[in-house]
Unconditional design. Structure first.
Length: 149
């Protein structure tokens, strides 16, 4: 048993580091992280306050329908088949840029990174983590209907 514990001890450290990184990101972007405890789901805000969540709040009050997966994947397939030279992740990236530009810059995040000379350079990226599937599906359907893709 001791050998088994030593073999996978790194996982506990990795999980702890991942959680700490999430807290740092939440503070930087003034958002929150959500995780499960023995008492249920909690939301930890960037200021350190923690609130309990019940399962309905955690799911936005409803369970997402399974059928949406097939609909969204079908729409993506239609769009991708019109652009067969594009790699899948390019397709998704291009679609996110289109969605963002059509929706007031949705998902745009600013960050600073080190430039080639070691100086700080402002940069942006897109974060679609909180975009509901319903909105994404509507966007994809409009593209298919208007043949924009």
């Amino acid at each position: 048993m001791t050998e088994h514990k030593r073999k996978f001890e790194w996982i506990d450290k990795w999980v702890k580091m991942t959680g700490e990184r999430a807290r740092i990101d939440a503070k930087a972007h003034k958002t929150a992280i959500v995780y499960r405890t023995d008492q249920g789901w909690v939301r930890e805000h960037h200021d350190g306050t923690i609130e309990r969540m019940n399962s309905k709040e955690n799911r936005g009050g409803k369970v997402r329908e399974k059928e949406r997966i097939d609909r969204i994947m079908s729409l993506l397939q239609i769009i991708w088949e019109k652009q067969t030279d594009v790699r899948f992740n390019q397709l998704i990236s291009n679609l996110q840029v289109m969605y963002s530009s059509q929706n007031g810059g949705y998902g745009q995040r600013k960050m600073k990174e080190k430039g080639l000379q070691g100086d700080e350079v402002e940069s942006t990226y897109l974060d679609f983590f909180f975009l509901e599937d319903e909105r994404w599906e509507e966007f994809l359907q409009r593209l298919v209907d208007n043949e924009e893709a």
